[in-house]
Design a protein around this ligand. Sequence first.
Ligand code: F6R
Length: 610
Amino acid sequence: MCGIIGYTGRRPAVPVVVEGLRSLEYRGYDSAGVSFVHRGSLRVIRSQGKLANLEERLVTEPVVTATCAMGHTRWATHGVPAERNAHPHASGDQTIAIVHNGIIENHQELKDELVKLGHVFYSETDTEVLVNLIAERRRSEPDLLHAFASALREAKGAYAVCMMHKDEPNTLYAARMSAPLIFGVGTGEHFVASDIPAFLPYTRQVVFLEDGEIVKADAGGYQLMHLSDLSEISRESQTILWDMQAARKGGYRHFMLKEIFEQPRVVTDCLTGRIPHGHEGVLLPELEHLPTPKRLHIVACGTSFHSGSWGRHLLEPWAGIPTQVEIASEFRYREATLLDAEDMVLVISQSGETADTLAALRSVRERGGKVIGLCNVVGSSIAREADAVIYTQAGPEISVASTKAMCSQMVMLALLALHWKGRKEGGAPGTPSVMEAVELLQSLPAILDDHMPAMRERAVELARAYSEATNFFYLGRGHCFPLACEGALKLKELSYIHAEGYAAGEMKHGPIALVDPAFPTFVLALNDALLPKVESNIKEIQARRGKVIALTNPGVDLPVDDRWDIPAMPAPFSAFVALPALQLFSYAMADYLGKDVDQPRNLAKSVTVE
Ligand code: F6R
């Protein structure tokens, strides 16, 4: 996690870096800091908590003259959130400062060596070890570049790191190994950052750094090199077509609300170009070189795992492909025993940088397995390392809680199931034809646009009515079970209310013991083939005096405490209407309870640690 940015050019650098940090704050916000050189001395200014605290500190600092600076926003891994653990970290002799995202796994070994050599440490971080190791290697290496590379070659683990030295006030050094780092090329100015929006106001020209690469830059130019031998690399920059407006709130109170309301547009964007006029099937040219899998393993974390679990309910019946869905942090340690030669792995990740998902991808590929990546962030590690990548077209997702990314993943999973169904001409009887399914998907944006404002109002009413509850069950059957899990995840991560998603039929095997009048249950009771079974589960809860909120469709006769009617769609397309309802309920609850909606405590957007 953590966000880093570095700038060298002709502008006052600290404001550029602080502005960049603002767009990286989604990556962590336990502390923030900047460094630059002022009159020959290295200045390191850090502050615990959000960026605003750092900005207050900067008011009294001589920041105006520096034209090169770097900054960091932190999500704590090594050491508690505190100023002493905030980045940048300086070497003991105050010559070198670095900002770092990742984990140096052999930090203790390196630290023991450095302590013996007389280095003193003031923080609990692995980063302070790295900066002192660079300072130590500087004694024996011919220059700073060699010292930087030498120290990094000794470090095991993951890093995106940026460095500056008090004697080279306008030069940045940066390197990448298993953590995102992007280099921005402006006119007479250069940037390094964890993510593109950090420098998008200044340049759209980007060089994606690969693992094991170093870049050295000042205002006049840059050199890209291999970390192993410092040999030069020549790589063209790419032009990014993103719109910066997309990364702003667009009039909504929170990014999360904006992103929930973007879902109709997301559905349209995901469908664009996939079903050309007069074409029979779904076009996924990204997969042309890969066979149709005999068996599929979907691997993902969190919300992306829930999308995958939902997708299974389409892939199996429509495409006739047996599908297993696995949490990446579990799959990666046991996949050797699971995979057959004709199996395929689909990794789903909004950020494309989630450490466990990336590690699962790498270990499958090392064993010769084929991996398809379903990612949102263009040029992310997963997108680049997979055998094929399908982009989800959700646009930048800023809210830490994922919403529109899940919708986009679900659309693409539906298209994937239809694509493979088309190739196999298979699927169980009674499943929709490709054309029927496509028409239903195409009808979604208008339905969502029409109903989301009313859904938001109902979400607010229900959130207020249940705001005193401290526990919730979320229940669903079939394709609604993963949605129930997602509803519970959203509620707990945003409102800090304990919530569990269960398969409705599992309640009587234990969890129902918890039900009482103060423990409400949110039931997905959509009008589909499983509704009669869900009704029985509702009665079981009511018999224990549990309150029930039912997310259902007009015309369904359900005697519950609170019903929430959403427009009817055939299963599994009904999921696209149920999903924003669940998201809006969690949003409304968190907002009503005064929680920090876009940046919930203890979380970060991109989980690049294992
Ligand atoms: C929840 C949430 C997380 C992510 C998870 C995977 O709202 O955002 O559970 O879904 O960290 O992230 P990606 O999809 O980037 O791999």
